[in-house]
Design a protein around this ligand. Sequence first.
Ligand SMILES: Nc1ncnc2c1ncn2[C@@H]1O[C@H](COP(=O)(O)OP(=O)(O)OP(=O)(O)O)[C@@H](O)[C@H]1O
Length: 274
Amino acid sequence: MNSIETKLNKARTGKITPIKQDSEEKAIISVRDLNLFYGEKQALFSVSMDIQEKEVTALIGPSGCGKSTFLRTLNRMNDLIDSVQINGDIVIDNENIYQTNDVIKLRTKVGMVFQKANLFPMSIYDNVAYGPRMQGLKNKKELDKIVEESLRGAAIWDEVKDRLKTSALGLSGGQQQRICIARAIAMKPEIILMDEPTSALDPISTLKVEELIEKMKKDFTIVIVTHNMQQAARISDKTAFFLNGEVIEYEQTDKIFSMPNDQRTEDYITGRFG
Ligand SMILES: Nc1ncnc2c1ncn2[C@@H]1O[C@H](COP(=O)(O)OP(=O)(O)OP(=O)(O)O)[C@@H](O)[C@H]1O
């Protein structure tokens, strides 16, 4: 039995211990032996991973390898699909998220930004204020403050501050995606999951979102799925390479892109497949 397996077995007997015992870093998300099935079909195989606080973690791998499926397990978005069965543990802030009934609280703590901007057909202000209002916040001054802070946090305040009451759907695709990020920030999450957030954007808008992600890691832990290898290399601290539902390699991004341990990682990042 290798040392990770030994530690995992220890983890199963009690509190989850970090995979890297000697690590100074603090894991905010600990995943152990996670298996996921869509009906009969297994999509994730024994995934174990510690995701560090206030870092950007990129998930890469060829189409259909399970990146989005894994991302969605982190805030239980897969619960919405009837055929899904999951076993294993995901601990966030010392709480096993599959043992809690409070999924709304979980999704407040773990926000999400999707591939395509999915704003509501309402004003910029109302989009950003939507979540806090749903949580019962009515005080206008407080809402104004949250909206401004969130739009500043998403680096779009200056572009929209004079048109907050106009429709969010009138903005460009790149601006809409940053409003989606502001909407996520407004919920004051600890973790933000991003599923290919720039794949529908032009290069300039992509750059803006990448710069924003780099700034955001001061305040948030970010897990991002990307098909864009340069993007993973540019913005992430750690990268996990998925293949056929398994994590083949999970390392510091610099290491993955300069000296991967596994031939399959090297073949993927050098464009030999995928
Ligand atoms: N709702 C679903 N029902 C059944 N199978 C699904 C469902 N969603 C995904 N799958 C399957 O699970 C596997 C992993 O899919 P997933 O979307 O997680 O991969 P991915 O790496 O994110 O792919 P892509 O990069 O193309 O988005 C694939 O074989 C896919 O067909």
